[in-house]
Design a protein around this ligand. Structure first.
Ligand code: JFZ
Length: 604
């Protein structure tokens, strides 16, 4: 399966002059009209401060709960109709069994509020086509077609409004497995040529979206999903409809064709790179969105808090899912975790809501940073007796733990020859919080940092691909970064990267390259041989091979593949340049060199 490939050449050059860093930054999309911009800014105001919301996937699929005709169906709970190819007439029978009498909107809103969530997004109609509210457009809805005879969305809208929580509706605009003219059901409605998608859009989607934006008070957002083959025109029609009915209502990025008010990250996906636009990431607490009785793969609370903070530190919102049962109850493990996140937020809320991104574009070895004007919050996941942060130019006025407000001793130094700033904090022996202990720094002015890549206090150096200088000799090269910030379509061996970075503790380092698997399938491309070049002149030759795999909680679908590239010796402090030039790239699978980062780890 493996073959020799991707010979790399690493060159490390000593640069005496001050380093020049020019990160390629993508520009914000300049909008056509100012007034339109102003309206959009207004619409996004609450969203930009919210940081944390509850996603609710609830529908007919909670009745089979992952099992069909005595067999467990693999995959997502809400996809069971598709995965088991259940005919519409059979799936419709589930309505007779759907009587979620334990549904309690106020209880759910209380749970969300206690968890510290600022908004709720619930499925009004998922891909199965079943409306979870009283719809005049289609009788295939919870009020008219089940013994329940209640409108849970109405109840939720009332409860949310009372509690001051914003409500949004998920609406599957393209896939609707119940409708012959919609996309997705290729087992009942096989004949593609007779499908009239526009008819479905005009006769079901638009009238239902109109109901949702007319009968439930002010709605925070419509969460369209899986755009598939919707045209730009059609996406535009939906966006315009939403904004016409409720100008303050946001439209999710998944309306398609880049027309949403904000970006949705791929689900369960947290970008490693700086995110350009307003964004949100939807995340499951286990592996499914809609309830599945056999899915007990719950994420630990520590991971949920870490992900939430990580999203905050990149300016995004964390939309955490719960999947109520057919009785209308939120599974106990979900409730328990929400309670724990809420307890943490009660103490540490200042470090999350209304925060701004970390000024550092790279990850730090001990945790995560969020900021506010004249303030910095250090979220320490890996507790240590002494914590050193490099690159902060401000004078620190005060450092204290958020929990208990205990003041901390600190020292600041600046090595002017290297233009290197260091802040060292003395911490108590034990972490005050078992999930994430936060240190608040009060600064003399607004946060100002040295943007250069640099060696960290653990003496390691990480050079993320997305912070490299990209060289594409052939303009037509397809090289780019995916939404995680991982190199994608690096198929041309003439493309190369280089980085400048500062070293404050010289030594010998092992050099590793981190590449990424592909989502699902665990596809990866690379070779199995590695040869180190003889040249002691800091040139390394290696083949990317599987030296080990690393899990990344922020991106649970992909593992990182670690390859050892060689050893370098850096015998003085200063600024260095590292370049990475492929000799050959193996690209049969069209994945190519999926570089995440290059790491230098000190040999002790
Ligand atoms: C979609 C739905 O199909 C799924 O049932 C669920 O509602 C989820 C929130 O959204 O699934 C997706 C959509 C987009 C990506 C992944 C799963 N994506 O962009 O990676």
């Amino acid at each position: 399966m493996l073959s020799i490939s991707k010979r790399l050449l690493f060159g490390i050059l000593l640069i005496s002059s001050a380093i020049q860093i020019s990160f390629a930054q993508q520009k914000l999309n300049p909008s056509a009209k100012l007034s339109e911009d102003a309206i959009k800014e207004q619409r996004l105001r609450w969203f930009r401060e919210a940081r944390f919301g509850m996603f609710i996937h609830w529908g007919l699929y909670s009745v089979p709960a992952g099992e069909w005709k005595g067999k467990l169906v693999p995959g997502l709970g809400e996809w069971i109709m598709n995965r088991a190819k259940i005919p519409v007439t059979e799936y419709e029978q589930l309505t007779n069994q759907f009587n979620p009498v334990k549904f309690n909107a106020e209880e759910i809103v209380r749970l969300a509020k206690n968890a510290g969530m600022k908004y709720i997004v619930i499925t009004s109609k998922h891909h199965d086509g079943f409306a979870m509210y009283q719809s005049k457009v289609s009788k295939y809805n919870i009020f008219d077609a089940t013994p329940f005879k209640r409108d849970p969305l109405k109840e939720l809208a009332d409860a949310a409004r009372k509690a001051g929580i914003r409500l949004g509706f998920y609406y599957s605009q393209t896939q609707d497995w119940h409708e012959p003219d919609a996309i997705g059901n290729d087992w009942d409605f096989k004949n593609e040529s007779t499908k009239n998608f526009q008819k479905y859009l005009d006769e079901k989607v638009k009238p239902q979206v109109t109901e949702l934006l007319t009968n439930y008070g002010p709605i925070g957002l419509i969460w369209f999903d899986t755009p598939r083959n919707i045209t730009k025109e059609q996406s535009r029609e939906l966006v315009d409809l939403v904004h016409k009915l409720q100008p303050d209502c946001l439209v999710s990025g998944r309306v398609g064709n880049g027309l949403g008010d904000y970006d949705s990250a791929g689900d369960n996906q947290i970008s490693v790179g700086q995110v350009r636009r307003d964004w949100e990431t939807p995340v499951t607490m286990n592996d499914t969105w809609g309830f599945k009785k056999d899915d007990t793969n719950w994420k630990p609370t520590a991971i949920l808090i870490q992900q939430m903070v990580q999203v905050s530190s990149r300016g995004g919102n964390y939309l955490l899912n719960v999947g109520p049962t057919a009785e209308g109850l939120i599974p106990q493990p979900s409730g328990e975790r929400l309670g724990q996140v809420g307890e943490w937020l009660k103490v540490n809320k200042d470090a999350v809501y209304e925060t701004r991104p970390s000024p550092f574009q790279y990850e730090l070895p001990w945790g995560i940073i969020t900021t506010k004007p004249n303030k910095m919050f250090l979220h320490v996941f890996k507790w240590q007796k002494q914590l050193t942060l490099f690159g902060l130019k401000n004078k620190v006025r005060k450092a204290a733990l958020l929990a208990g407000k205990k003041k901390l001793k600190f020292k600041q130094t600046n090595d002017s020859a290297l233009d290197h700033y260091a802040l060292t904090l003395e911490l108590p022996a034990n972490a005050p919080d078992k999930y994430n202990s936060v240190i608040e720094l009060n600064l003399d002015s607004d946060v100002s940092v040295d943007a250069a890549l640099m060696q960290q206090a653990d003496e390691s150096v990480t050079l993320p691909a997305f912070l490299s200088n990209v060289h594409k000799p052939d303009e037509k090269s397809a090289f780019r970064f995916d939404s995680r910030g991982v190199a994608e379509r690096w198929l041309d061996k003439n493309d190369w990267l280089d980085w400048n970075f500062k070293v404050s503790k010289p030594g010998t380092f092992e050099v590793f390259a981190l590449t990424s698997e592909q989502k699902y399938g665990a596809n990866w491309e690379g070779g199995h041989k590695r040869s180190k070049s003889k040249s002691a002149g800091q040139k390394l030759k290696a083949t990317i091979e599987i030296g080990g795999k690393e899990e990344n909680p922020a991106n649970p679908y992909w593992k990182y593949v670690v390859s050892k590239v060689g050893t370098v010796k850096i015998d003085k402090t200063g600024s260095f340049n590292l370049s990475l030039k492929p000799e050959t790239i193996q690209a049969e699978k069209k994945l190519g060199l999926t570089l995440v980062s290059v790491k230098l780890i000190p040999v002790k």
